[in-house]
Write a protein that binds this ligand. Sequence first.
Ligand code: DC
Length: 211
Amino acid sequence: MSVIIAIDGPAAAGKGTLARRVAAELGFDYLDTGLIYRAVGMKVDRAGFDPADPARAGEAARDLQPEDLQAGDLRGDDAAQAASKVAVIPEVRAALLDFQRRFAACPPGGKGAVLDGRDIGTVVCPVAPIKLYVTASAETRAQRRLLELQGKGVATSFDRVLAEMRERDERDSSRAVAPLKPADDAHILDTSQMDADAAFDAAIAFIRAKL
Ligand code: DC
């Protein structure tokens, strides 16, 4: 049976970079589950509807096609906000659950799967043997996000990025279905004082001890 590694945490905590590196290091397959919610949110938005509309968003989630994950605009902040809106809708979460579980149980390479998201250790794969909850202070995450946006030439400010981050944290943590929270058996990794290399070293040491 292949191994499942669940990596959860709030926006911009560095879990995507970490999950990708862990998967590459171990030869496991990687699934960015946030991208699925982004694809659903943008599908609704591009069709001219409100991502918070349960009927439209539920339909988009049920009809999601692999090519929807290739859309060019999924990494931006509009997609992040749309994703966080569709993610509170129970029919959306139910439709996406099967897809994620199938990937975890039967990753394409057959060796193991690394999934990152908000509810992997609590809902999608509660029996995953290895769970990490990657976090950092809101200020640290906003600062990292600001540098990333400035690197892309986006004009914004620290206060604005921090406010959007807090808004998304609040929506992700307070929703009724599968809210963002660490699983009871998750290992908490606070990266506030770590760079990407230090976070990776700490994560891989924990994972190797468990494998
Ligand atoms: O990780 P991300 O920023 O790409 O996620 C975008 C949004 O999708 C996030 O604000 C909440 C939602 N999401 C979720 O509810 N459950 C997941 N497993 C992954 C993402």
